[in-house]
Design a protein around this ligand. Sequence first.
Ligand code: PLP
Length: 222
Amino acid sequence: MKIKDNIKAVKDILNKKHCTLVAVSKTKPAETILEAYDAGQLDFGENKAQELQKKAAELPNDIRWHMIGHLQRNKVKYIAPFVYLVHSVDSMKLLREINKQGQKFNRVIPCLLQVHIAREETKFGLAEHELIELIHSYDIREMQHTQIRGLMGMATNTQDKKKIKAEFAGLRQLFVKIKTMEIPENVAMQELSMGMTSDYEIALEEGSTMVRVGSAIFGARN
Ligand SMILES: *Cc1c(COP(=O)(O)O)cnc(C)c1O
């Protein structure tokens, strides 16, 4: 059983560091996810709101669904009732919508703020000054239906390990810096989501608490 072996191999590396594995199941069918679930995996990541909603409806309800991809405001409603953690909050506007939907469904929606650490145009995320501004804004203090649990970042897609390491180290330093600041009650720096198939071992060295791994578990995507 290949998926089971893949999960075990990744977990053996993570366990020593108390890091959570989010199995990225985007584009994979429900039966493939079930195979991982039967091997004991409960955290799954998807990057499209409607695909996530559809899979959640078909699969066991003790699965913890992580939204890891860019999220449009008009799609928050599809996942708001049940999403376990939104990794990709990159604007105050989006956070306001998440808070609004949290209120509607009478729950607190846990979120991570996505920081732009890669030297690439294509990656989403807040710049450092935007992140600090958001955390210190008056608006965030008023939000009773969302809670910031930490930061997420994606390194540049490169073979240059030093560069990747430096980007992850930068994010960790920012995480530590915010921890020492005076921050609102609904903001906590507990989770640092960084690392995917190609770079999760580097991310672990740099203090990741949550890795998002897809192809190393499920094989290449079509
Ligand atoms: C697809 C994706 C991953 C996982 O990528 P792999 O290379 O398959 O491990 C991680 N994070 C995000 C945001 C993704 O979109």
